[in-house]
Design a binder for this molecule. Structure first.
Ligand code: XMP
Length: 523
């Protein structure tokens, strides 16, 4: 695990993770208040306290029961840090166990919406909730506290959790049974704001322009007079990383854009033009489409296609990097969610649904050091940074596009002709979505060219052409997704345009599968 960099020490909050599904939301809520925070697993809490020197600590929820043998416990370093503590759900129970209270197992399960009643004033909700009022919160717990430790008092109750909110204001510890980080606790963000500003005394200094300056200095210190290369994918993360690094070290950075021939209509030109002309970043544009399409020829198995593309990408990138003559640094757009070491209670690898296209093995192969200026950021923070750096909104707000590109949107065998048909249909679909003002409401939308031909009639003639499937989903993180509910008139109009304008398609269908059970991409 990477520990925080003491050189970048600032007023911060430490979030100790006990494995809750929503720990990342705690970090989101705190960063939204303009305060920096980091998540660390409970096992390494002591090291994190030492390195981060936080002004406050939040203990997350978690799936375990404090009554289980080997249940995660509060590391003494957390209590010894002598800073304000906020315990959430499991964090509350673990605090109670550590400080001499009692927790009871499972007969008072409470899931979903609940009402808490404010029984006593508390700094945690000062100015937000008044004495005697009821408020909606979101609960998700099996165990509950039955006896609070000495020095604590109950400040709020709910029908199933008589200790819904407890506090020891003298010792600066607050703990709640509910989850203030989720949207179903409508005032939760205000409680976090109270905790970080009023209780921990931290100002809102976590801004993107401050981050930009800090990172520029950090990149300069790391890279010195060395050379950096950055693989551009056309995606937001690698683009923002490249522009930031260029601002820090100028032409010591060279970007490599490997065009695998599986990009969308005009996409390669847009990427190359933006980086070369608008940002003046040295860019090598490798047209490797011939080799990719040759190796993909005759391959129809999704995993085989993905593996061929992943391998070739690394080979082409490596060859181009070598031609540049010895760069010492490789830039990557790694984000914070990829860095957080997750707390695993079940252990064991999860099933591989798809082999993702990634270049994770490259640095070791090429003996290079990584420059990862986004590793402290969440995706939407990267977008804010991108705007701060002057990258156009049309680029920053783009839907995600997978590394293997159109290859996984063309089930079965791939031919240049099929890719062309797909590109045209996809461009019309996205054009209609943009024109109707729906682009930003959708997580991802794309066309898929099915390996199926059907009979149609156009003019007075028979046609026998491909079926095009349209997909659009809403999602928060791509892990789960819902199909997007278009108006039927929109779908009808788009289908007509595709069939009229694209030679090779005579039928259009809309995919109404959510994830799970489907995945977002078709392969
Ligand atoms: P699935 O299809 O697994 O996709 O539901 C979830 C999200 O991941 C994207 N995706 C990829 N992104 N390399 C990537 O960079 C890949 O190999 C890859 N496969 C899927 C997909 O577009 C969606 O946003």
């Amino acid at each position: 695990m990477q520990l925080p960099d003491p050189a970048s020490a600032q007023d911060s909050i430490l979030i100790v993770d006990f494995g809750s599904q929503v720990t990342q939301l705690i970090a989101r809520r705190i960063r939204e208040t303009g305060v920096y925070c980091e998540i660390h697993p409970f096992q390494s809490a002591a090291a994190a306290v030492a390195a981060l020197n936080p002004k406050g600590i939040v203990l997350s929820g978690g799936p375990a029961s404090t009554l289980d043998e080997n249940a995660p416990t509060i590391n003494p370093a957390i209590l010894d840090a002598n800073v304000p503590i906020l315990g959430i759900c499991y964090g509350q129970q673990a605090l109670c166990m550590a400080l001499g209270g009692k927790v009871e197992a499972g007969h008072h399960r409470e899931f979903g919406r609940a009402q808490v009643t404010v029984e006593k004033p508390s700094e945690l909700y000062a100015g937000v909730w008044d004495l005697g009022t009821d408020h909606q919160v979101w609960m998700s717990h099996g165990d509950r506290v039955t006896q609070i430790p000495e020095g604590f008092e109950v400040v709020g109750t709910s029908p199933n959790a008589p200790f819904a909110m407890i506090a020891n204001e003298a010792r600066r510890i607050w703990a709640v049974q509910f989850h203030p980080e989720v949207v179903h606790t409508p005032d939760g963000a205000k409680l976090y704001a109270n905790f970080v500003h009023k209780i921990c005394g931290i100002q809102s200094t976590w801004t993107m322009s401050a981050y930009r300056q800090k990172m520029i200095e950090k990149i300069r210190a790391q890279v010195g007079s060395g050379k950096v290369i950055c693989g551009l994918s056309g995606g937001v993360d690698s683009s923002v990383a490249a522009v930031l690094i260029h601002e820090a070290v100028g032409d010591q950075l060279t970007c490599i854009y490997v065009d695998h021939g599986l990009m969308r209509l005009n996409e390669s030109e847009q990427v190359v033009t933006m980086f070369r002309d608008q940002f003046n970043i040295p860019l090598v544009h490798v047209d490797a489409s011939k080799v990719f399409l040759e190796e993909l020829d005759g391959q129809s198995d999704p995993e085989t296609k993905r593996k061929i593309i992943g391998r070739l990408f690394i080979e082409v990138f490596e060859a181009e990097a070598k031609k540049l003559g010895g760069a010492q640094f490789l830039a990557q757009g790694t984000l914070y969610p990829d860095v957080i070491e997750s707390v695993s209670f079940t252990g064991g690898p999860s099933v591989t649904i798809k082999s993702h296209h990634n270049v994770g093995g490259l640095p070791e192969r090429m003996n290079m050091q990584l420059v990862e200026p986004l590793r402290e950021l969440f995706k939407d923070e990267v977008r804010v940074l991108g705007r701060e750096l002057g990258i156009p909104d049309s680029f920053i707000g783009r839907h995600p596009f997978p590394g293997p590109g159109l290859a996984i949107r063309c089930p079965g065998g791939i031919t240049p002709e099929k890719l062309d048909i797909l590109r045209q249909a996809d461009a019309i679909y996205l054009d209609e979505i943009r024109k109707s003002g729906q682009y930003d409401k959708i997580w991802q939308a794309f066309a898929v060219l099915l390996p199926v031909q059907t009979v149609g009639v156009m003019g007075d003639g028979r046609t026998y052409e491909f079926v095009c499937a349209l997909r659009a989903v809403t999602s928060v993180d791509g892990m789960t997704a819902d199909f997007y509910q278009f108006d039927m008139n929109f779908l009808g109009k788009t289908a007509t345009r595709i069939i009229n304008e694209v030679r090779g398609i005579n039928r259009v269908v809309y995919d109404v599968t959510s994830k799970p059970p489907g995945t977002i991409e078709w392969e």
